[in-house]
Design a protein around this ligand. Sequence first.
Ligand SMILES: NCC(=O)CCC(=O)O
Length: 332
Amino acid sequence: MRPIQAPFPATRFRRLRRTPGLRAMVRQASLSPADFIWPLFVRDGKGERDAVPSMPGVERRSIDLIVEAAREAHGLGIPAVCLFPYTDAALKTEGCEEAWSDGNLSNTATRAIKDAVPDMTVMTDVALDPYNANGHDGIVRDGIIVNDESVEALVKMALAQARAGADILGPSDMMDGRIGAIRDALETGGHGDVAIMSYTAKYASAFYGPFRDAVGASGALKGDKKTYQMDPANSDEALRLVERDLREGADMVMVKPGMPYLDICRRVKDSFGVPTFAYQVSGEYAMLRGAFDHGWLDGETAMLEALLAFRRAGCDGILTYFAPEAARLLDA
Ligand SMILES: NCC(=O)CCC(=O)O
C-alpha cells in the first residue's frame, strides 16, 4: 500500500512532527518492559557475583542472587528471564552428561526462581556448549559435530529442563531435526504445555565473543561453529528454517544476532506472522556499552533507539542484557 499524498506545500511532513502530542499520535512502533527477556548468567556458590569484563555492567550471579534478579525483573514489568550457566571446567566432558543432570546450575536456578517468583517466565537454553569439553553445541566425534547423536543428547537436556519447571525451552544449537524431536519428547513425557522458542536463524557470528567469556566457553572452543550456524551472507535460508521449525512444533522463532540482522527479522515477520524475537547479543551490548562508557554515544537515548529498532523491524520481543536498565528508563 502506498499512501496518497498531495504535492508540496499541501503536504508538509513537518506538520505531524511539530509537537510531542502530534508525534505521539502518529508513532507506529512502541517499546515497553513487557517486550524484554533478560538473559542471566548463573554461577555456583552463595552470595557470589562476578563481573564479565567484556560486558561491563553484566554479572554472573549465584542462584540466590539470580532469584533476587528475577524478583527485580518482575517488579520492573519484565515478563521473562533466560538462564545461561557458567559451568565449572571439571564438569565439562566430551559426552556433556552434566547437560541433563536434574541438579545442574540451570535446572537448580529454574526451580529456585519458580519457587520464589512463580509469575516469572523462565526460559532455558538447549545447547551442549556450556557442558562440552570442546566448547561445541553438539557432540564431537573425530572432529565432526555429529547431528543425530547431538539431537538425542539435546532431547535429554530439554526433558530435564521441563522437569525443573522451565516455561520456554530455547534450542540454540542449530542441529537439524531437534525441534521435532524435542516437541515429541515433551508431548510423550507429559510436558505438552512447555513452549519452544527456536533459535531458528542463528548466524555464525563474531558478535558472540563476550558471551563465550561470560559462560567460560572461549578457551574451550576448538575451531568454529560454521558447520551448524548460518552463513551471515544468507537470507532465504532463514525463511526455510523458520518454515521447518514451525512445521516441527516451534511456538516462537528467533533471529540472532539482532541489529546486524534486522532485515531477517522483517522478512520472517512478513512471511510467517508468528511470534518473532531477536537476540541483541553480547557483542552488540559490548559495542554500545563501550561507546556509552566513553561518552561517545548518549547511552540512554541510543539504548532505547536500538531496542525500538527491533520492534519497528517486526519483532514481538527482544532478548537484551539492557533489559532492567531500559525498563527503568521506560518507567521514568
Ligand atoms: N546461546 C546463547 C548465545 O549464544 C548468546 C550469544 C550472545 O549473547 O552473544
